[in-house]
Design a protein around this ligand. Structure first.
Ligand SMILES: Cc1ncc(C[n+]2csc(CCOP(=O)(O)OP(=O)(O)O)c2C)c(N)n1
Length: 636
């Protein structure tokens, strides 16, 4: 009767059981939030039938919650976690009393906003407006893997204010995602009162205007809801929105249509009255007793397993081949696509494919190329969610858009253990004439704050080629940050490309391209060539300066750092803010290791003007002459 998908017929027994579960859900939501003395009972009660129908009837396996072909149910208004957890428990995913007792308790997976470690939860949310994008990503995943699951996204009406929702609606319609259904809990209430007063929004009209079919339904009638969701599920033409008319706090007279119960637990006296209205036994004492007992639930891992990728044959750019890192990225991407003909590979674009060098992939693998338009917030979440579906997923964009514009979306990708590979181009002042609005100066600093992200800043086209191939096989989210200009290939003293041939990229390793004892330069990204040229010029003046190439500024190599720190002065060279990039990592390493080496930071001290990249780099002492001057004045 349960978890058979929406083609299984509705029966009087099923309807009776669903109504029973929805009533139990309401009681459990109240007991959990009253025990925790916080949480969101009102929305949980308005979404009660939606959650019950979805988690009882969608094609799911409670004993195997990460079954690869399962339907995906994404909850976008994550604050209704009590309702979602209760529906999952009642559908057999874990014991109901375990959730009720340990809701919002320190260390418990039953967090205040839906949490992916809880079986049945696909996407941690709570930052409103991102769930539809996650659903679009998963629906694309169903198409690209050929596994054909259906994706359901449950949303609130309050979050329809968000621009990202509109971006997601348009992409879903454009892609004709017939395997995507949004169910909007339309209760007309949010924190500050009625939605019509806080910010009027035309939920039905907006979905329809963007090309969705809309079905309106009474969201508390399990049979009508089941019929509407079933109709939406088997409409393959495009995405369908089921707008479910509901009442916040439904089932308890004094909570109904009252914003006060959006986000607070009941008092003990209110709780007793509410449970009586629901004809349920109060369970507060039991929940409070259990709270000090161990949690039964085994939390699921956050991390998406890495997909099996053939990294293909590395390319070597010769010492005379002047090209840019972004072209090397585009070439490596094309190689990866052809080396993995059966692997689903996706590349997301936000109207910049020519500049970010993904147009070759778009021609070779049109089914994997997703044009998201100027909708970066959506693209970012779509990419994160798609990467959890067994699809090798890249998003390429300018640094200011893929990093700065979408910081919180990248943060949620991280929290969700996504495996997005982010190719950021036009980073640093190397963006040139576009000026300060386009200078991404914090591509290391921003990701430094996100605990799971790895950042790779390659020095030249050869290192870029190998870094892209390495990132494809790495687990988790990885950003590869590149500039815009054509660069000299970095060579050893013998003139042979330092990162070509058999060089293999190892995440975290610092590669020495010059040796010396007068000082050490640790250089990253675009100005590595200038640092090497500076070291060669200094050598001619009698100063032997070591140059270490740091491609992984967030994870420094201890043995190389110890070697660098034995030099009397240490210089960092980076086309990045001097506050939060490589210099910050090196300074932190020195302090944590109790090493008192002098550190000189050569980098970008503030926003720069428009100008030719070479002039802007020179203005920040990031050309060979500038580096020579800085080294001479420090050690000379
Ligand atoms: C991006 C974002 N902004 C603000 C909030 C704070 N917030 C939490 S719930 C909420 C109101 C949401 O209204 P609705 O989702 O309709 O909630 P309901 O009262 O129906 O549960 C707000 C503004 C948030 N979680 N995310």
């Amino acid at each position: 009767m349960f978890h058979l998908g929406f083609d299984a017929p509705m029966t009087p027994e099923l309807a009776e059981e669903l109504r029973y579960r929805a009533r139990q859900l309401r009681g459990a939501s109240l007991t959990a939030t009253t025990t925790a003395a916080s949480g969101h009972p009102g929305g949980s009660m308005s979404s009660a039938e939606i959650y019950t129908v979805l988690f009882s009837c969608a094609r799911l396996r409670p004993a195997e919650p990460r079954w690869h072909a399962r339907d995906r149910v994404v909850i976008s208004h994550g604050h209704t976690s009590p309702g979602a957890y209760a529906a999952l428990a009642l559908a057999g995913f874990f014991p109901l009393p375990d959730f009720v007792a340990h809701f919002r308790q320190t260390g418990s997976p039953y967090e205040g906003h839906v949490e992916r470690a809880v079986p049945g939860i696909e996407w941690s949310s709570g930052n409103l407006g991102q769930g539809l994008s996650a659903g679009v990503g998963m629906a694309l995943g169903a198409r690209m893997t050929g596994l054909g699951w259906h994706t359901y996204v449950v949303m609130s009406d309050g979050e329809q204010h968000k621009g990202q929702v509109a971006e997601a609606r348009r992409l879903a319609a454009k892609e004709g995602l017939g395997d995507l259904t949004a169910i909007v809990d339309f209760n007309g209430i949010q924190i500050s009162g009625h939605t019509r007063d806080v910010m009027p929004v035309n939920v039905v009209g907006d979905f329809a205007a963007d090309g969705w079919r809309v079905i309106e339904v009474n969201g508390h009638d399990v049979e009508a809801l089941h019929a509407a969701i079933s109709d939406a599920t088997f409409d393959d033409v495009g995405p369908v929105a089921v707008v479910a008319h509901t009442i916040i706090g439904k089932g308890v007279s004094f909570m109904e249509d009252d914003a006060e119960y959006h986000g607070r637990g009941l008092t003990a006296e209110e709780y007793v009255r509410a449970m009586a209205e629901l004809s349920l036994e109060p369970r507060l004492d039991d929940a409070k007793d259990r709270r000090s007992e161990p949690i039964l639930l085994e939390a699921l891992p956050h991390q998406t397993p890495a997909v099996a990728v053939n990294s293909g044959e590395a390319r070597t750019y010769g010492a005379d081949d002047k090209t840019d890192n972004r072209s090397a990225w585009g070439n490596a991407l094309a190689d990866l696509a052809s080396a993995n003909p059966r692997l689903p590979v996706a590349v997301l674009d936000c109207d910049l494919a020519v500049s970010v060098k993904t147009e070759g992939f778009a021609k070779a693998r049109p089914d994997g190329f997703v044009q998201c338009g100027v909708g970066e917030h959506n693209a970012c979440t779509v990419g994160g969610a798609l990467s959890t579906c067994g699809v090798l997923t890249f998003w390429s964009d300018f640094g200011v858009f893929g990093c700065d514009e979408t910081y919180n979306q990248q943060r949620l990708n991280d929290i969700n253990g996504a495996a997005l590979k982010l190719a950021l181009t036009h980073c640093g002042v190397d963006v040139g004439e576009d000026g300060k609005t386009h200078q991404c100066l914090d591509y290391v600093g921003a990701f430094r704050e996100l605990f799971g992200w790895k950042v790779i800043v390659p020095a030249d086209p050869n290192q870029t080629d190998r870094a892209v191939r390495a990132a494809a096989v790495m687990q988790g989210c990885v950003a590869i940050a590149m500039g815009r200009s054509k660069l000299d290939v970095v060579t050893g003293r013998d003139g042979v490309p330092a990162f070509g041939g058999d060089y293999s990229f190892e995440y975290g390793r610092i590669d020495w391209v010059r040796e010396g004892s007068s000082a050490a330069i640790l250089a990253m990204g675009t100005p590595v060539g200038a640092a090497v040229a500076a070291a060669d010029a200094l050598e001619e003046s009698g100063f032997d300066v070591a140059v270490g190439v740091v491609a992984c500024p967030l994870d420094l190599d201890d043995s190389a750092m110890k070697k660098a720190a034995r030099r009397p002065v240490l210089f960092t060279v980076e086309d990045h803010s001097i506050r939060t990039g490589l210099a910050a990592s090196v300074g932190e390493w020195l302090a944590l290791n109790g090493v008192a080496t002098r550190l000189e930071r050569i980098g970008v001290p503030g926003y720069q003007s428009s100008g030719a990249a070479r002039d802007l780099l020179a203005a920040c002492d990031l050309d060979a002459d500038g580096i020579v001057q800085r080294v001479m004045s420090a050690i000379g």
